[in-house]
Design a protein around this ligand. Structure first.
Ligand code: RP5
Length: 170
């Protein structure tokens, strides 16, 4: 899926990553941030991955979200080929349950940054929110939506506590 107005590019190493990476897309949709989603691998399709990363800024993309599992080199390879901010999402999929991807994603050498999120769905969701936060630096309407989202988070916890107190009083 390529959206000509996309500001965020979501990239993942395999179709087996789609279900988790949809969490990032859902958050971008919630904040009305246009995005595109592609599969490209650091190891299986290195030329296409390099081409995508090196052309992204020129096409109007402002932030890249990159998910991969196992020997997750995708976010690092993408960061090596672009000056855009890259948010890495380590995915669970091998016998090591994502710890391999977490270390591969987070342990970047100085000079080639990847902002690493948590393993799996929470990480993918936070990647979408974090991308929106980066874009909100120059978008006051988006910043307002993020404020409202924070207020909703707090209201959700307060509602849960009120329910707990009612149950304890019974
Ligand atoms: C990584 O290896 C992918 O990002 C995926 O998470 C994992 C397994 O890929 P498949 O063998 O399912 O294609 O490169």
């Amino acid at each position: 899926m390529t959206d000509k107005t996309a500001k965020v590019g979501i990239l993942m190493g395999s179709d087996s990553d789609i279900e988790v990476m949809k969490e990032a897309a859902a958050r971008l949709e919630f904040f009305d941030v246009p995005y595109e989603m592609h599969i490209s691998s650091a190891h299986r399709s290195p030329s296409r991955t390099h081409e995508y990363a090196s052309n992204a800024r020129g096409r109007g993309i402002e932030v890249l979200i990159v998910g991969a599992g196992a020997a997750a080199h995708l976010a690092g390879v993408v960061s090596a080929a672009t000056t855009l901010p890259v948010i890495g999402v380590p995915l669970s999929g091998s016998a090591l349950n994502g710890m391999d991807a977490l270390l591969s994603t987070v342990q970047m050498p100085a000079g080639v940054p990847v902002a690493s999120m948590a393993i799996g769905k929470a990480g993918a969701a936070n990647a979408g929110i974090f991308a929106a936060q980066i874009l909100a630096g120059s978008d006051a309407r988006l910043a307002d939506k993020l404020e409202a989202f924070k207020a909703e988070l707090a209201e959700g916890v307060e509602a849960k506590d009120a329910k707990l107190q009612r149950e304890l009083d019974d």
